[in-house]
Design a protein around this ligand. Structure first.
Ligand SMILES: *Cc1c(COP(=O)(O)O)cnc(C)c1O
Length: 370
């Protein structure tokens, strides 16, 4: 095998899939049987590690893995947990909140949407007023870190408002879980969703839900899709010691298990969060020195991904992107509807030294000519 052919051509400074370690990639170099006991044990170990990472006790919480990208898991939750009388409230301040509304619309789930605008965090007071005004709302769903901008929503305050009013809370923590500390049980979150290829630093292929057992246990027969039935997926995993309901992404699961071991070796989520925060701080400092400005104030900014304004009206993102790619870095286009921005991710196997090297390259490029 010619190893050079398998070396990465660039560092992914994106919100996922992201740059993984060689250890994670090597974990995929074998074939595995999907129903063999050894393999099922790996699935069970992943599930119990996820529960611990969410600061949950196995008596009250469970972890369910599901094939597909992160969106499939959001769709599985939304189409499994509401019964026919249920009504969903979606709190939206970006593309991923909007995607939940599209899912609800497609599945014909009764829902309302509370829009805050892309540049504002979710306001818990407005959520409280909305819930008080509409007792028919049973579930509330929102995004923790809106990857559209990089904004972090006030998780604790929003959950408090929802739980004080005895509604179920669904959190899309796709881009934050593993990279930011979240006490799922302490906050009393009912369903928290994330995927393999974000801050746990695995590769794409499945997502997972960390769910309150009592809540999930009520969801039998509610699913509006067969393959995305989260309840059935849970029961098969639970009753058959880690068996997946249908063919599982065996290589991806092994890579994810290795990624969890590496997360533990790094010092767990607190250590990873510190590294991401340091990455993000150095990125903004270096980019600012090179003439760029960040979209969000520091107080609203997550350590995951940062949006930057185009530096001028005639700035060519495509040329900037190509120049950086040829120098070993892949960045991300913007996703805002109103403003010209691009994004740079600071998660994955990226370290403060990499950020220093990256901002040196940016400042050496004459970006005004891009
Ligand atoms: C990445 C991401 C998703 C899922 O996207 P997929 O492309 O389906 O993996 C959902 N929500 C947020 C906030 C994300 O960052």
């Amino acid at each position: 095998m010619n190893d050079v052919a398998y070396q990465n051509a660039y560092l992914l400074m994106t919100p996922g899939p992201l740059s993984t370690t060689e250890g994670v990639r090597r974990a995929m170099l074998r074939d595995w049987c999907t129903w063999d006991d050894d393999y099922k044990e790996i699935t069970q170990d992943i599930r119990s590690r996820l529960i611990q990472l969410g600061k949950c006790t196995p008596d009250n919480y469970t972890a369910v893995l599901l094939q597909g990208s992160g969106t499939y898991v959001v769709e599985a939750v939304l189409t499994t947990v509401l019964d026919k009388q249920g009504k969903l409230l979606i709190l939206e301040n970006g593309a991923y909140g909007q995607r939940m509304a599209t899912i609800a619309e497609t599945a014909q789930i009764p829902y309302d949407i509370c829009r805050f605008g892309e540049l504002n965090p979710v306001d818990p007071q407005l959520v409280a007023a909305r819930l008080d005004a509409d007792p028919s709302i049973t579930h509330v769903a929102f995004v923790h870190c809106e990857t559209t901008t990089g904004m972090v929503n006030p998780l604790q305050e929003i959950i408090q408002v929802i739980k004080q009013r005895e509604r179920y809370a669904i959190v899309d923590a796709m881009s934050s879980f593993g990279g930011m500390q979240i006490s799922i049980e302490g906050l009393n979150i009912d369903y928290l969703i994330s995927s393999a290829n974000k801050c746990i630093q695995g590769v794409p292929g499945f997502g997972f839900v960390i769910a309150n057992k009592d809540a999930l246990d009520q969801c039998k027969g509610r699913a509006r899709s067969h393959s995305l039935d989260l309840y059935d997926q849970w029961r098969v995993m639970e009753d058959h010691d880690g068996k997946w309901r249908f063919t599982s992404p065996t290589h991806v699961v092994h890579a994810f298990h290795q990624a969890l071991l590496e997360l533990q070796a790094e010092g767990g989520i607190p250590a990873r969060e510190s590294r991401y925060m340091e990455n993000q701080k150095r990125l903004v400092k270096g980019m600012t020195a090179a003439g760029f400005s960040a979209l969000l104030p520091a107080a609203q900014q997550s350590p995951i991904i940062t949006s930057f304004h185009y530096p001028s009206g005639d700035f060519s993102f495509d040329k900037f992107y190509e120049s950086l790619k040829s120098r070993g870095y892949v960045i991300y286009p913007g996703k805002l509807t109103e403003q010209a921005t691009f994004r740079i991710g600071t998660i994955g196997d990226i370290h403060p030294d990499d950020i220093d090297a990256f901002v040196r390259v940016v400042s050496e490029l004459n970006w005004l000519k891009c």
